[in-house]
Design a protein around this ligand. Structure first.
Ligand code: AHR
Length: 355
C-alpha cells in the first residue's frame, strides 16, 4: 500500500519531470493551483492536509464519500466512521458530503482515485449506476468498502466488502409487528388502511423496507396500501406530503414512515390536523431508525413501534481495513445487529443512546 509520503513524491515527480523547464513549471503551476483550489473546494477536501508531515507518513489514507446529511441517522453514521478512522487509530480520512447527489459521489470517488488513496469507503445514495466508477477504482487497485446502503453492480468484485443493514428484514419486522399488534388488540378483521412515506427512491433502505413490508401486507386481504409517496427521508418534505395524505385519505389508520425524520414531520402534520395518533389513537405509527428522539416519542406513546436501523458501522469498517492491511480475507457482506423498539423496551436503551 502506498502511504502519504510516497503519494506526495509521486505527485512531485509528475510535476517536475512532466514539464520541460523551470519557466513552464511556473506558468503551469499557477493555473493548476487555481483550478485545484476551485475543484477541491466543492468536495470538502483540503489539499494542504496531504502535507509531508512525517508523523502522517504511515497513515492509511481513506477517502469517505457520504451520501448527504438528510437525517439524524445519517449524522450518526458519519460520526461513527469519523470516530473509527482517526489519526490516533492510524488513518488519514478525507471526507466528502455528496448532498444527496449521485454525480457528486462519482466526482468524489474520482478525486479519491486521482489522489491515490489507500481505500475508498462510501455510502451510496441509490443502488444503480456505480459500475463505471467502481471499475475505475478497481483498475487503480484501490479497494472499495461500501457501507450502509448497497450497490447493484454486474460484477461483485467491483467492491471488496459491504457493511450495512438488512433493509428488507427491517420492512418485514414492521409487518410482523403490525400483525401481532392487531392480534393483541383483537383488531385482525378490521380494514387496515395504510399510507407509506418512502425514503429516497432507488436507495436500499427504500427498496428493502418497501419490499419487506409489502410481502407481509400481501398475506392479508384486509390490509390496503392506499398510497406510497416519497418524502426523501426528510422531515420537511414528510410534513408537506402528510398534509396532503390526510386530506385525501381520512380512512387512514396506519402510517408507515421509512425513517424517524419523516415520522417527526408527519406527526407535526397530524397534530396540526387534530388527528389522534400513536397509542390509543386513530393512526398507528410505525417508524424506522430508532434514534434517541424517536425513542423518546415511543415513551410518550406518540410512535407505536420503531424498527432499528443501526448506524454504528465505523468500527466494522475499521476492522475490515485492518484485516486487508494484514492480507487477510474479509467477509464480503456484514450485516449489523438491529432491534425493534416499543414502549416495553425503549427506556432501557434510551439511557445509553448517543444519537
Ligand atoms: O440508509 C439508511 C437510511 O438513510 C436511514 O433510515 C435514514 O434515516 C437515512 O437517511
Amino acid at each position: 500500500m502506498k502511504r502519504l509520503s510516497e503519494k506526495l513524491s509521486v505527485t512531485c515527480k509528475k510535476l517536475i519531470f512532466g514539464h520541460v523547464g523551470a519557466c513552464i513549471i511556473i506558468l503551469c503551476i499557477l493555473p493548476v493551483l487555481f483550478i485545484g483550489h476551485s475543484f477541491f473546494r466543492g468536495f470538502d477536501i483540503k489539499i494542504e492536509q496531504m502535507s509531508a508531515d512525517t508523523e502522517e507518513e504511515d497513515l492509511i489514507v481513506v477517502g469517505f464519500s457520504q451520501l448527504g446529511s438528510e437525517s439524524g441517522w445519517r449524522t450518526a453514521h458519519t460520526a461513527s466512521i469519523q470516530q473509527a478512522l482517526t489519526k490516533d487509530a492510524g488513518y488519514f480520512l478525507i471526507y466528502n458530503n455528496a448532498r444527496q447527489m449521485q454525480e457528486n459521489q462519482i466526482k468524489a470517488i474520482r478525486s479519491f482515485i486521482s489522489q491515490r488513496v489507500d481505500y475508498i469507503v462510501f455510502a451510496p445514495v441509490i443502488e444503480d449506476g456505480w459500475d463505471t466508477v467502481l471499475l475505475e477504482a478497481k483498475s487503480a487497485g484501490i479497494p472499495v468498502i461500501v457501507t450502509d446502503r448497497m450497490v447493484n453492480v454486474q460484477d461483485d468484485s467491483l467492491y471488496t466488502a459491504w457493511i450495512g443493514t438488512d433493509a428488507k428484514e427491517e420492512g418485514k419486522k414492521a409487518g410482523r409487528w403490525l400483525e401481532t399488534y392487531l392480534g393483541q388488540k383483537r383488531r385482525q378483521p378490521e380494514e387496515v388502511n395504510i399510507v407509506v412515506l418512502k425514503g429516497t427512491v432507488g436507495s436500499t433502505a427504500e427498496i428493502g423496507r418497501t419490499k419487506g413490508f409489502g410481502e407481509i401486507a400481501a398475506q392479508h386481504d384486509n390490509w390496503h396500501i392506499l398510497e406510497s409517496v416519497t418524502a426523501e427521508f426528510t422531515a420537511n418534505k414528510a410534513k408537506e406530503v402528510m398534509r396532503s395524505m390526510l386530506r385525501r385519505y381520512p380512512e387512514m389508520n396506519v402510517l408507515i414512515s421509512q425513517n424517524d425524520d419523516m415520522t417527526m414531520g408527519a406527526i407535526e402534520a397530524m397534530e396540526e390536523a387534530g388527528i389522534r395518533f400513536g397509542e390509543g389513537g386513530d393512526v398507528t405509527v410505525i417508524s424506522f431508525d430508532a434514534t434517541r428522539d424517536a425513542l423518546e416519542l415511543i415513551q410518550e406513546g406518540r410512535i407505536n413501534v420503531d424498527v432499528e436501523c443501526n448506524p454504528v458501522q465505523g468500527a466494522y469498517v475499521g476492522e475490515t481495513i485492518q484485516k486487508l492491511e494484514k492480507g487477510e480475507t474479509v467477509q464480503k457482506h456484514y450485516v449489523v445487529e438491529e432491534k425493534v423498539f416499543t414502549r416495553e423496551n425503549a427506556e432501557e436503551f434510551l439511557e445509553h443512546r448517543k444519537y
